[in-house]
Design a protein around this ligand. Structure first.
Ligand SMILES: CC(C)(COP(=O)(O)OP(=O)(O)OC[C@H]1O[C@@H](n2cnc3c(N)ncnc32)[C@H](O)[C@@H]1OP(=O)(O)O)[C@@H](O)C(=O)NCCC(=O)NCCS
Length: 191
C-alpha cells in the first residue's frame, strides 16, 4: 500500500469565496440563472470556441445551475460566479475540471459576458484563482487550453503568468462531435 505524507495530499477547500479589487467570486445560487442565461449561456459568440451548447431558454440554464449547486457538496468542486462588487451582477464564471489528486493537476476555464470584454476581467479573476489553487489547495500544475483562433483567451493566460506548453488537437464527442485545435498553457508551482 502506498503511504502518502501530509504534504503529498491536496488540501481541498471547495468553492470558497474569493475577492479581487473589482469582483467577488462566490458559489452560484439558483437566483443567478437569469443573469447566467442573459449574460453568456444564451450567447453564441461566448460559446463559439468552447465545447458547450447555447441554452435555448432560462429553464435550461436553471437545470445547469441547479446541478452546479448540487456539486458544491464535494470539496474538490471549484466553480465560481464572478460578481461585480459595484452592482452585484453576475458577469462571468471560472471553473476547475479534471482534478488529479496524486499528480496535483487540474484544468481551468472561464467566461466573461460579452458586454464586459476587454476590461481585464478574465485576467484579474484568473490571477486570483490560480493563486488560490496553488497556494491554498496545493496544485502543482494548472492547465488551460484555448482554441487557436481564440486569441483573446491566449492573451489572458499569458497575462496571468501561464506559459505555453504545446499545441493539441481535442476531439469532443457530444451533440456536435467537433475537433478543436488548441494551444495548451500551464501554470506551475515552482516552490
Ligand atoms: C476569452 C475571454 C474570457 C476574455 O475575457 P476578457 O475579460 O475580455 O479578457 P481580458 O480583458 O482580461 O483580456 C483580453 C485580451 O485579449 C485581447 N483581445 C480581445 N479580442 C482579441 C482578438 N480578437 N484578437 C486578439 N486579442 C484580442 C484584449 O485586447 C486583451 O489583451 P490586452 O490586455 O493585451 O489588450 C472572453 O472573451 C470570453 O468570455 N469569451 C467567451 C468564452 C471563452 O472563450 N472562454 C475561454 C475559453 S478557453
Amino acid at each position: 500500500m502506498q503511504i502518502y505524507k501530509r504534504e503529498d495530499i491536496l488540501k481541498h477547500k471547495g468553492t470558497v469565496t474569493l475577492l479581487t479589487d473589482r469582483f467577488v467570486l462566490r458559489k452560484f445560487k439558483i437566483d443567478d440563472a437569469n443573469e447566467v442565461f442573459c449574460n453568456w449561456a444564451s450567447d453564441s459568440d461566448s460559446a463559439k470556441y468552447n465545447a458547450c451548447s447555447v441554452h435555448s431558454s432560462v429553464k435550461v440554464t436553471e437545470e445547469y445551475v441547479s446541478e452546479w449547486i448540487d456539486c458544491y457538496k464535494n470539496n474538490n468542486y471549484y466553480h465560481w460566479a464572478v460578481v461585480d462588487n459595484q452592482d452585484d451582477e453576475v458577469i462571468g464564471s471560472i471553473s476547475v475540471s479534471n482534478v488529479k489528486n496524486i499528480k496535483k493537476y487540474c484544468e481551468i476555464g472561464y467566461t466573461v459576458t460579452k458586454k464586459r470584454w476587454n476590461q481585464g476581467i478574465a485576467t484579474e479573476v484568473l490571477i486570483r484563482v490560480l493563486k488560490f489553487l496553488v497556494d491554498d489547495v496545493g496544485f502543482k500544475t494548472v492547465r488551460a487550453m484555448h482554441d487557436v483562433r481564440n486569441e483573446a483567451s491566449g492573451k489572458v493566460m499569458k497575462k496571468a503568468g501561464m506559459v505555453f506548453a504545446k499545441n493539441k488537437t481535442k476531439f469532443f464527442v457530444n451533440g456536435q462531435n467537433f475537433v478543436m485545435k488548441c494551444c495548451v498553457y500551464d501554470y506551475k508551482n515552482t516552490k
